[in-house]
Design a protein around this ligand. Structure first.
Ligand code: FAD
Length: 388
């Protein structure tokens, strides 16, 4: 066992940290208020190789390992969780599945523009009546000549408004029950209409959209993986994606901890610094311990994925623990700052709002507990319909 990051991992971590400190963190409060970050940021992230960290160089990526990518997500989310999720969805939920499940032709055609950050990716699974129960989706794709006609509506699609490439799931067998008749498709922005920008509690700098697909024709080569086997693509994508969301949660909690610790060293009450009160010391000790524990779970899951070993259970544990930890500990950070914590003078109220989503997307906490329970009970074959 080796707890030391490799020189390359340290270098990517330091590069991202410096970039975040200089160009993201100082603007995060404004981007939260304005509900967007400037689009030029994509170009800056791409220049640094951060839009394709763990994609092989031959496909336009930086060629680093999965843990390096997780370190990048942690650092980005420490500065702005909206930027973190933008890169997480783009990479884990779109570029990596195209690389994994695509034919040689699909890989060569679709991956490099994503890995180089020329296109942004979006993952379109959720519908109004198909969230945790993603197998209930109703968007349909019907064979038409040499291709497919796709019609339907998706909801809460991160990056939707700015995406050039969509990984979209549609029903290809109307008679098959639930998850069994679903296929995955690669769509262009021109195939999709963005119909709404969601108003959210947090994560405001990232866009979350409703989209409609109206009788869009796509060629047969837009089918990813096998017909009616798309649910497998979705579930395996989320098994890895969750590790990224867990890293996002760790990054948010780390940011909150640093503000709370520094505040406790300065703020005075009853003639003392509040960090001298045991009640505050215990809060800081718990924060630090829980962040460490979450980070270790995240890094272990990333290591398992990199080693191509089973990582569904480890990823679900990392995501479940890290997200609940981030919600708890960002609330504690507000408590340490007292009234100031509740105001926009300090960023901890934003961290608290941002942390909450990590308990919901890429599988709610209830679904993570199901994944873990089924894995430890050996009930894998029944997992199918409830893994998102
Ligand atoms: C900001 C944001 C960004 C998102 N980005 C994307 C995206 O890019 N692409 C995409 O496809 N989706 C995206 N989503 C959707 C997200 O993945 C879903 O919201 C999530 O999977 C939960 O689905 P739901 O909201 O429909 O909740 P529901 O499935 O309706 O769940 C409601 C409640 O019931 C519980 N529940 C449901 N089923 C069970 C069960 N079997 N056992 C126990 N409890 C259960 C849930 O845990 C939850 O507490 C995003 C959502 C948000 C809010």
């Amino acid at each position: 066992m080796d707890f030391e990051l490799s020189p390359e991992q340290k270098e990517i971590q330091a590069l991202t940290r410096d970039f975040v400190q200089a160009e993201i963190a100082p603007h995060a409060a404004a981007w939260d208020r304005e509900h967007c970050f400037p689009r030029e940021l994509f170009a800056r992230l791409a220049e640094l190789g951060l839009m394709g960290v763990c994609i092989p160089e031959e496909y336009g990526g930086a060629g680093a390992d999965f843990l390096s990518y997780v370190l990048v997500l942690e650092e980005l989310s420490r500065g702005d969780a909206g930027v973190g999720v933008t890169v997480a969805v783009h990479t884990s939920a779109v570029t990596l599945p195209l690389l994994r499940f695509g034919t040689d032709e699909q890989r060569t055609r679709f991956v490099p523009p994503l890995a180089r950050g020329e296109h942004l990716g979006a993952f379109a699974l959720t519908e109004a009546e198909a969230g945790s129960d993603a197998g209930a989706l109703r968007t349909r794709a019907e064979p038409d000549g040499d291709g497919w006609r796709i019609t339907g509506a998706k909801q809460w699609i991160t990056n939707g408004r700015y995406a050039g490439t969509f990984l979209l799931f549609a029903r290809t067998d109307p008679d098959a029950a639930g998850a069994r008749g679903v296929s995955a498709f690669i769509l262009d922005a021109a195939d999709v209409q963005v119909t709404r920008d969601e108003e959210k509690l947090g994560l405001n700098s990232s866009v979350t959209n409703d989209i409609v697909i109206e009788d869009a024709y796509v060629d047969h080569d837009r089918l990813l993986h096998e017909r009616n086997r798309g649910f497998r693509v979705a579930m395996q994508t989320l098994d890895g994606g969750r590790i990224g969301i867990a890293a996002q949660a760790v990054g948010i909690a780390q940011a909150a901890f640093e503000v709370a610790r520094d505040y406790a060293k300065e703020r005075r009450a009853f003639g003392r610094r509040i960090g001298e009160f045991q009640a505050i010391q215990h809060k800081l000790a718990n924060m630090s311990m829980e962040i460490d524990a979450a980070r270790l779970l995240v890094y272990r899951a990333a290591w398992l994925k990199q080693a191509e070993r089973p990582h569904a259970e480890a990823g679900a544990k990392a995501k479940l623990f890290a997200s609940e930890m981030a919600r708890r500990q960002t609330a504690e950070a507000i408590q340490i700052l007292g009234g100031y914590g509740y105001t926009k003078e300090f960023p901890v109220e934003r961290y608290y709002r941002d942390a909450k989503i990590t308990e919901i997307y890429e599988g709610t906490s209830e679904i993570q507990r199901l994944v873990i329970a089924r894995s430890i009970l050996g009930l894998q074959e029944h997992v199918v319909a409830t893994r998102i």
